[in-house]
Design a protein around this ligand. Structure first.
Ligand SMILES: Nc1nc2c(ncn2[C@@H]2O[C@H](COP(=O)(O)OP(=O)(O)OP(=O)(O)O)[C@@H](O)[C@H]2O)c(=O)[nH]1
Ligand SMILES: C[S@@+](CC[C@H](N)C(=O)[O-])C[C@H]1O[C@@H](n2cnc3c(N)ncnc32)[C@H](O)[C@@H]1O
Ligand code: SF4
Ligand code: SF4
Length: 338
């Protein structure tokens, strides 16, 4: 490609423009949520993981191809040392008007340490995963007694002036009855909250069908308690939002199983080893790391990105019941960061 001439924007075979990159910076995590990971996970050797410079070079290529939003994720993104160096460099692209948003999804355990710096970098909002307010349930679910640390993280984020959205996976029998309280609690603190249907990715110790709680049923239960009004409000993610009249807060629903939202898909995922997954619900991937390490990385990256666009599936193929016998997606959620 001649210098100065930019390649065209990323558009898939179904005409969907890709403007949202979810970048996983580590597969490691300090928790072991039972719907996400097995207790005994084997993590990647450090040598397989892209350096910060490589992650930045990749992000740069995506920005030049039209990506406007980057979400840093993991594993737990904030357990990667020096991650704020990458975020500082990407924050400059926001200041330069080349990105609309740089943000992250985190379990919150490290936010006590990093919230102020994140704010200084130019991060405006963070999504924090929290499925329960009960210490014992938290410890059982995440296999770590870390609720207090997460709560400190949430308070630190709020104190730093970050807008916080809570993400809660809706889980049958586990937090099912607690969801109204979790929503009230979030709204009392001025935080939006999004409920997520558990998706069948990767083998875990529990049957997915024992965890799965359709959000259509949750919504019906909430409607019996509160007045829910649909909103047009969008964040560029897959959630659909309602306003809860009685609490005054915003509640989102991410419903890959009961209400497929793939027609509006605008995103791809890159793992910390430089693999691009064009759909969360598919194991199809291409290797960007070799392109990154080739003699002509920009051209090689463009070539892989163009191929990735052709191969992006129209939709996922999740099926909770079938997954109990044959996983639809083999990898764990932590590989791509949700
Ligand atoms: N099936 C499916 N689920 C997704 C997709 N993107 C996000 N999710 C799910 O939604 C959860 C919450 O995502 P977040 O990391 O908070 O990102 P987001 O919903 O895009 O965030 P906002 O920018 O606040 O809209 C993820 O953990 C995934 O489980 C997607 O493209 N497909
Ligand atoms: C994989 S985590 C990575 C970022 C960070 N560690 C965290 O927990 O926020 C991203 C999101 O994926 C969600 N998640 C993990 N496994 C899931 C599954 N099987 N189905 C639905 N959501 C899942 C988590 O609850 C979290 O909100
Ligand atoms: S959901 Fe996030 S915090 Fe929980 S195990 Fe997965 S990566 Fe770690
Ligand atoms: S499941 Fe795949 S196609 Fe559907 S919204 Fe998610 S990434 Fe896009």
């Amino acid at each position: 490609m001649p210098e100065g001439q930019e390649k065209q924007r990323l558009r898939d075979g179904f005409g969907r423009e890709i403007t949202y990159l979810r970048l996983s910076v580590t597969d490691r995590c300090d928790l072991r949520c039972s719907y996400c990971m097995a207790e005994k996970m084997t993590f990647l050797p450090k040598a397989d993981v892209l350096s910060l410079e490589e992650l930045y070079m990749l992000s740069d290529r995506f920005i030049r191809r039209g990506v406007r939003k980057i979400r840093i994720t993991g594993g737990e993104p904030l357990v990667r040392r020096d991650i704020l160096t990458l975020m500082t460099m990407l924050g400059e692209r926001v200041s330069a008007g080349e990105l609309d948003e740089l943000t992250l999804t985190t379990n919150g355990t490290q936010l006590g340490k990093y919230s102020e710096q994140l704010k200084d970098i130019g991060v405006k909002r963070v999504n924090i995963s929290l499925d329960t307010l009960d210490r014992e349930v938290f410890a059982k679910l995440s296999r770590r007694d870390a609720l207090d640390q997460v709560m400190e993280g949430i308070e630190a984020a709020r104190a730093a002036g970050l807008k916080v959205k809570i993400n809660a996976v809706a889980l049958k029998d586990t937090n099912e009855d607690e969801l109204p309280r979790l929503i009230e609690w979030s709204h009392e603190k001025g935080m939006d909250i999004t409920l997520i249907e558990v998706m069948p990715l990767g083998d875990i110790e529990t049957l997915r069908s024992d965890q799965y709680l359709p959000l259509t049923a949750v919504r019906e239960r909430l409607k019996a308690l509160w007045t829910l009004t649909d909103l047009d409000f969008r964040t560029g993610g897959p959630a659909r939002y309602v306003k809860v009249k009685e609490t005054g807060g915003i509640l989102g629903f991410i419903t890959p199983l009961t209400n497929n939202f793939c027609a509006g898909c605008n995103r791809v995922r890159v793992t910390c080893t430089g693999e691009i997954y064009t759909c969360l619900g598919s194991d199809g991937k291409l290797d960007l790391r070799s392109a990154l390490r080739s003699a002509t990385p920009q051209d090689a990256l463009d070539e892989v990105l163009d191929r990735a666009m052709i191969g992006k599936p129209e939709r996922h193929d999740f099926d909770i019941d079938r997954h109990d016998t044959r996983p639809a997606v083999v990898r764990h959620m932590s590989v791509t960061g949700g």
